[in-house]
Design a protein around this ligand. Structure first.
Ligand code: C5P
Length: 398
C-alpha cells in the first residue's frame, strides 16, 4: 500500500527562495498516493508560478480568502476539513509568526486555525532570523501546541551564510511525514473485522437483508492496514473494493459470517463487529422460486440468528472485542446496555435517525464507549473516524 493512499494533503507554500522545491514535494506526495492541493501566499508567487504548482498537483491553486468565486468552489473551512495533513514548506519567519498569533487575514492563516489535520512546518529562512529569540519563541510555542517541525537543516544558505535555516530536502520531508503518519502502532496485531449486510435466502432469488453499505467496516480495515495491523475482513455483499493488503473473506449469510469469523479468531488480537448482521433467517429455504400466483399471502417462518459478536466475546476472552450499535433513540443508553449484555470491551454507537451520518454516506459521528469512559468523535469522514477508533483501541490495550 502506498504511504499516502487516500490521504488528502495541503501544501502551503510561503515566500522564500526554497519555494522552487515545492513542485518536487508535490510530485513525491502524489507518487505515494496522495491527493494534493496547494495554498500559496502572495509572496510565494514571486518565487514560483501558480501555474507550475497547478500543473504538478493537478488541482487549481488556492490563494485567496476573500475571493467569492474561490470560496464558493472550495472555501477555507471546507479545505480545512478536507485535509488529513497540512505541510507548510517553505515556512518563512513571517508565516511562523502569523500562525503563532492565530492571525487569519489570509487563506493560510485561516486554514491553520480552522483545521483538525496534522500540521507540519518546514522552516526556511536566514540563520539569524531563525536563531532570533522571537522566532525561537514562536517555534517553541507551536511545538508545544502539537505542530510538528521538520528542520530547518544546517548548511550554506542562499544569502551565503552558513548555519541553520535551510529547508530540509523534499525527499526527506516526505519520508519523515510518511513515517510519522504511518507509525505502525498496530504492527504485530491481527484484527478481524465484519462489514456490510448479510443475506438470508428465502428462495433462489429472494432474501432478507439489512441496510448497510459496508463503508464504516471497510474504512476501519483500511485504517488498520495503514497503522500496520494484519487485517481479516469478513464482508457481506457490498459494492466496495478492499485494499489488496486486506485478507478478505466474502460471505452471504450470517451463518457463513460466523463460520468465517471463527476461523480467524484463534489468531486475532482484536475483533470489530461492524456488520449489520440479519437478526433472523428463514427456517426453511425453498430451493425453487416461490410463485406469486400460488397464494395471496405468504407466511415465512423466521428463526433467530446466532449473535456473532456475543459468541466471540464469550469464547475469545483474550481478544479485545468491539461492537457497533446503530440506534434511533436513547442512543448512548441502548449502546451501554449492549456493551454489558454482550460482554464487550468497547461499543461504538451512532444515531442512524440522522440520515446525514450512518448508512451509505461517507461521514459518521459516533460515541466510543467503554466501561470507564465515553469519547465523542465529532462528525468526520469515515476513514478519519476509523483511524481515531483504532487509536483509542490501541491506547486501551496498552
Ligand atoms: O444486537 P444488535 O444487532 O443491535 O448489535 C449490533 C452489534 O452486534 C454489531 O456490532 C453487529 O455487528 C453485531 N451482531 C452480530 N451478530 C448478530 C447481530 C449483531 O455480530 N447476529
Amino acid at each position: 500500500m502506498l504511504s499516502f493512499s487516500k490521504k488528502n494533503i495541503i501544501l502551503c507554500v510561503t515566500g522564500g527562495i526554497a519555494a522552487y522545491k515545492s513542485a518536487e514535494i508535490i510530485r513525491l506526495f502524489k507518487k505515494d498516493g496522495a491527493d494534493v492541493r496547494v495554498v500559496m501566499t502572495e509572496s510565494a508567487k514571486e518565487f514560483i508560478t501558480p501555474l507550475t504548482l497547478q500543473a504538478v498537483s493537478g488541482n487549481q491553486i488556492h490563494d485567496s480568502l476573500l475571493d467569492a468565486d474561490a470560496e464558493s468552489a472550495m472555501g477555507h473551512i471546507e479545505l480545512a476539513k478536507w485535509a488529513d495533513i497540512i505541510l507548510i514548506a517553505p515556512c518563512t519567519a513571517e508565516s511562523l509568526s502569523k500562525i503563532t498569533h492565530g492571525r487569519a487575514d489570509d487563506l493560510m492563516g485561516a486554514l491553520i486555525l480552522a483545521t483538525n489535520a496534522d500540521v507540519y512546518i518546514a522552516p526556511a529562512m536566514n540563520m539569524n532570523m531563525w536563531l532570533d529569540k522571537t522566532t525561537q519563541d514562536n517555534y517553541k510555542i507551536l511545538s508545544e501546541r502539537g505542530l510538528s517541525f521538520i528542520g530547518p537543516a544546517e548548511g550554506e544558505q542562499a544569502c551565503g551564510d552558513i548555519g541553520p535555516g535551510r529547508m530540509v530536502e523534499p525527499n526527506e520531508i516526505v519520508s519523515l511525514i510518511s513515517s510519522s503518519t504511518n507509525r505502525g502502532i498496530l504492527s504485530g496485531l491481527t484484527i478481524t473485522i465484519t462489514a456490510g449486510p448479510t443475506r438470508e435466502q428465502i428462495d433462489p432469488v429472494r432474501f432478507i437483508s439489512n441496510n448497510s453499505s459496508g463503508k464504516m467496516g471497510y474504512a476501519i480495515a483500511e485504517a488498520a492496514i495503514e497503522l500496520g495491523a494484519n487485517v481479516n475482513l469478513v464482508s457481506g455483499p457490498v459494492s466496495l473494493h478492499a485494499d489488496k493488503a486486506i485478507n478478505i473473506s466474502n460471505i452471504n449469510s450470517a451463518d457463513e459470517m460466523l463460520e468465517s469469523v471463527m476461523s480467524f479468531m484463534d489468531e486475532s488480537n482484536i475483533f470489530i463487529g461492524c456488520a449489520a448482521v440479519s437478526d433472523f433467517s428463514p427456517v426453511d429455504y425453498i430451493d425453487t422460486k416461490i410463485k406469486k400466483e400460488d397464494s395471496e399471502q405468504l407466511d415465512i417462518q423466521l428463526k433467530k440468528n446466532k449473535d456473532i459478536l456475543s459468541l466471540v466475546a464469550e469464547h475469545f476472552k483474550n481478544s479485545y472485542v468491539v461492537g457497533f450499535a446503530a440506534e434511533t433513540s436513547n442512543v448512548e443508553e441502548n449502546a451501554k446496555n449492549k456493551l454489558n449484555s454482550k460482554n464487550l470491551n468497547m461499543i461504538i454507537s451512532n444515531d442512524v435517525s440522522d440520515q446525514s451520518i450512518g448508512f451509505d454516506v461517507d461521514e459518521n459521528e459516533v460515541n466510543v464507549i467503554t466501561k470507564n469512559e465515553t469519547i465523542f468523535l465529532k462528525r468526520d469522514k469515515k476513514i478519519r473516524i476509523a483511524r481515531q477508533i483504532l487509536k483509542i483501541i490501541h491506547s486501551n490495550i496498552n
